[in-house]
Design a protein around this ligand. Structure first.
Ligand code: HEM
Length: 419
């Protein structure tokens, strides 16, 4: 990496090797040390590694638009992202986003709070009965049940949707082997949606039904329907599954934080946000540069592309202090992290993600005194997504108590140890 006075900082690092995906933080730290914008020679884009500039760019969409710039290849931008809410700007974006917001706003999801809470309690009870559990399996069941219920697509759609989302995120990355493997699957997802999400198959009272209703009411064009539906299918599952799995995993690694959560269960939402800050499920997204600009003194020309490193921004000591790498559920205003993006494209699903995470963490905190990692977690390697595909967890009776089988732990927890 280099930064000579008067010369634009640049770097030959590859953020997408297996080793870099497994542990990107040393690279992020080095990039943050070089400057606010570093040209990645290998990909011809400008990496933005610090919190302040990522935030500023997200809030300046007239200089840094999304259309044509969210993914790293022209192919993904034109074939997978074209017409989506994620990759549109200005009035078009407002028009598409309004339909989603009507379904996802806090007031719109209030009626499912009871169902989601009960689902979390039931799932937690079930996994505790079954012995040691995998946090990723718990999160996957929680999220896919909730999302399938809101989409009300046929049950056969669940598996294709769950397996198609990760390749879609791989396909937003550079043209590497992972991208090449993912591209056909991501393209088939688009086909699958065209076949599955039709006026004949979707229920009126559902996310998908509301999209067709907006078409009928003249708020959307017919051609907007499937790209908009893909916002739900791609954005709502893996992100939240990885986020909830990460939160459980962090709490299992940090017994004092777990104890704190058990004493004060109202900290469940903060615990979720702290996990997202530390390990953003979506590590980066791109933007185009529409006008000559400078990013904290670094000149960038129109037509160039920016790569916003959400995962690095969450670890930036300039924003988070010397303990930026620590997991602390009491961190002040933790929800200012950028793992949900920011500005006009701020994640539309935050209330739903929070609701599910809160329900799972509280259900676990009510039933069990301790969580520990009981086997080797398995990392998901993806061009954009970060998190765990498996995290084996065991429950323990107490700080000095012996590790017990989950059945015994479940009964011990039931004896009312939660405060
Ligand atoms: C932990 C869970 C989640 C994470 C980390 C996450 C992350 C993000 C990020 C980073 C963006 C911003 C994209 C950009 O910068 O251009 C975004 C946008 C979006 N998210 Fe989420 N998301 C999560 C859950 C959800 C859920 C549950 C939904 C529900 C359907 C959802 C729907 C969306 C939509 C529709 C957008 C596009 C918004 C727009 O372009 O205006 N997300 N999300």
């Amino acid at each position: 990496m280099s930064h000579t006075a008067g010369v634009a900082p640049s770097s030959s690092v590859d953020l997408f090797t297996d080793a870099a995906l497994r542990d990107p933080y040393p690279t992020y730290e080095a990039l943050r040390a070089v400057g606010p914008a570093i040209r990645l020679q290998r990909y011809g884009v400008w990496a933005i590694p610090r919190h302040r500039e990522v935030k500023e760019i997200l809030h300046t969409p007239n200089i840094y638009p999304s259309e044509g710039g969210v993914a790293l290849t022209e192919l993904a931008n034109s074939q997978i992202l074209a017409g989506t809410v994620l990759a549109s700007d200005g009035d078009k974006h407002t028009q598409l986003r309004r339909v989603l917001s009507a379904q996802l706003a806090p007031r719109a999801i209030r009626h499912i709070v009871g169902t989601v809470t009960t689902r979390a309690q039931r799932l937690v009870n079930e996994i505790l009965e079954a012995g040691q559990f995998d946090a990723a399996v718990l999160a996957r069941r929680m999220v896919s049940d909730t999302v399938m219920e809101q989409m009300r697509l046929p049950e056969e759609a669940r598996e294709p949707l769950l397996t198609g989302a990760a390749p879609t995120f791989d396909a937003f990355g550079p043209d590497n082997a992972r991208f090449q493997r993912a591209l056909p699957v991501a393209s088939r997802m688009v086909e699958f949606l065209h076949q599955t999400v039709t006026r004949e198959t979707v229920a009126t009272e559902s996310w998908m039904g509301a999209i067709f209703q907006a078409v009928d009411d003249g708020h959307l064009d017919e051609s907007d329907a499937i790209p908009l539906a893909s916002a739900y299918t791609a954005a709502s599952m893996d992100t939240t599954i990885l986020g909830i799995t990460e939160a459980i995993s962090q709490l299992a690694r940090h017994p004092r934080q777990w104890e704190l959560l058990r004493r004060e269960p109202t900290r469940a939402t903060a615990a979720f946000h702290e996990a997202l800050r530390l390990e953003a499920p979506i590590q980066a997204f791109g933007r185009l540069v529409a006008r000559p600009t400078d990013v904290a003194g670094v000149r960038i020309e129109p037509g160039e592309q920016i790569w916003l490193l959400y995962g690095s921004a969450g670890r930036d000591p300039r924003e988070w202090g010397a303990d930026a790498d620590a997991f602390d559920i009491r961190r002040r205003r933790v929800d200012r992290h950028l793992a949900f993006g920011g500005g006009p494209h701020l994640c539309a699903g935050i209330p739903l993600a929070e609701l599910q995470a809160r329900a799972v963490l509280r259900a676990l905190a009510t039933r069990c005194t301790h969580l520990t990692i009981s086997g080797e977690p398995v990392r998901v390697l993806n061009n954009l997504l970060r998190g765990w595909g498996q995290v084996p967890i065991a429950a323990e009776l107490g700080p000095r108590g012996p590790s017990v089988s989950m059945n015994a732990a479940a009964h011990a927890c039931e004896r009312g140890t939660a405060s």
